[in-house]
Design a protein around this ligand. Structure first.
Ligand code: PLP
Length: 368
């Protein structure tokens, strides 16, 4: 067999450590997973009932067009149904975009560090990857513009950015959109939009009419608490979606996921409540960092990057022994940092206490 040469050096996606595995390995009873930006409160209670109903007929193929959830999202966002494309998570929309637009003759521009799947899928398509370092932890849009040429097909703006938690403001993004040439697709990946509280965050949906080369990505995996359902979507001009839809696998979202998403979408009060609790958690993390004089990046998401002063892997392991799973910054492009997802107030208290202990232990070991 002859695989595409670029695939030979690739490694599969490395997810956050699963809880059950950690429990077994370390003989712990309780483990808190603050590693994958999942909603610690779970999905809206209304989702359970929707799933039960939708599970009655597993023998029937799903509606590939996702008509019901399409209608609900179109109404929710005030866009046309024809402007939407659903995927098995927004991950799959990213995959479809790369499949449709990238070839070995083209290039794609992205920030680094940013969400891993842009690069991963672009590499598979054999496209040239142009990575632009974050500037002070934020997308450097002018530098990204400089990387765009005739062969550029997609430019990715992860807003707010994973793993930094930082965001690009309204004016800056609008400026950028004005300057990106028409032949380049601008992707605004807004996986954490439900958590955003910044007043100057771009309203990208309102730019869609003026920019037929803009696509907004959203997901039900994060604040809506449906990560295991695998459903997300893109919003763009009708024209763009008509071209992209043939790339979509025919039954790529399941009946259960579609119904779960409708129930989750309709519970506005639940999302509002999660946003408020998340902001409180971030404030608590920030206060801790200030008191301990640790650097951190201000976050508009449900996670925070914290500078620990020691290797991220080492801090990850120390916290793991105390039953807390975070993400080491090492594989995320922030070697001496950890990325921690906000938990419930109880989990956050537990985390901060364990983190404090770990910081003290390492201080002692450095002093000898
Ligand atoms: C989690 C995440 C996604 C994709 O999530 P899905 O579960 O595939 O919908 C996309 N972009 C960013 C930045 C993310 O953090």
């Amino acid at each position: 067999m002859k695989f595409k040469s670029q695939i030979l050096g690739m490694t599969p996606y490395k997810p956050g450590k699963p809880m059950e595995e950690v429990k077994k390995e370390l003989g712990l009873k309780i483990v808190h997973k603050l590693a994958s930006n999942e909603n610690p409160y779970g999905a809206s209670p209304k989702v359970q009932e929707a799933i039960k109903q939708a599970a009655l007929h597993p023998e029937v193929y799903p509606d590939g067009y996702a008509g019901n959830i399409r209608e609900a999202v179109a109404e929710h966002l005030n866009v046309k149904q024809s402007q939407l494309l659903f995927g098995a998570g927004s991950d799959e929309v990213i995959l479809m975009l790369c499949r449709a637009l990238l070839t070995p003759e083209t290039n794609t521009v992205m920030a680094t560090p940013s969400f891993s799947q842009y690069k991963h899928n672009a590499v598979i398509e054999g496209a040239e990857i142009r990575e632009v370092p974050l500037k002070n932890g934020i997308h450097d849009l002018p530098a990204m513009l400089n990387q765009i040429d005739d062969k550029t097909r997609i430019v990715w703006v992860c807003n707010p950015n994973n793993p930094s938690g930082t965001y690009v403001g309204n004016e800056e993004f609008e400026d950028f959109l004005q300057q990106v040439p028409n032949h380049v697709l601008v992707v605004s990946d807004e996986a954490y939009i439900e958590y955003v509280t910044a007043q100057d965050f771009p309203n990208t949906l309102s730019s869609l009419d003026n920019f037929p080369n803009l696509m907004v990505l959203r997901t039900f995996s994060k604040a809506y608490g449906l990560a295991s359902m695998r459903i997300g979507y893109g919003v763009a001009s009708e024209e763009l979606m008509n071209k992209l839809d043939p790339v979509r696998p025919p039954f790529n979202t399941t009946t259960i996921a579609q119904h779960a998403a409708i129930a989750a979408l309709n519970d506005h009060a639940y999302i509002e409540d999660c946003r408020i609790k998340n902001r409180e958690a971030l404030d608590q993390f920030e206060a801790f960092c200030k008191e301990r004089k640790l650097s951190y990046l201000p976050s508009e998401t449900n996670f925070m990057l914290i500078h620990t002063g020691i290797s991220g892997d080492e801090m990850f392991n120390s916290l793991l022994k105390k039953g807390i799973i975070v993400r080491s910054g090492e594989a995320l492009g922030f070697p001496e940092w950890i990325r921690v997802t906000t938990g419930t107030s109880e989990q956050n208290k537990y985390f901060l206490q364990a983190f404090e202990e770990c910081l003290n232990e390492h201080k002692h070991s450095i002093k000898g």
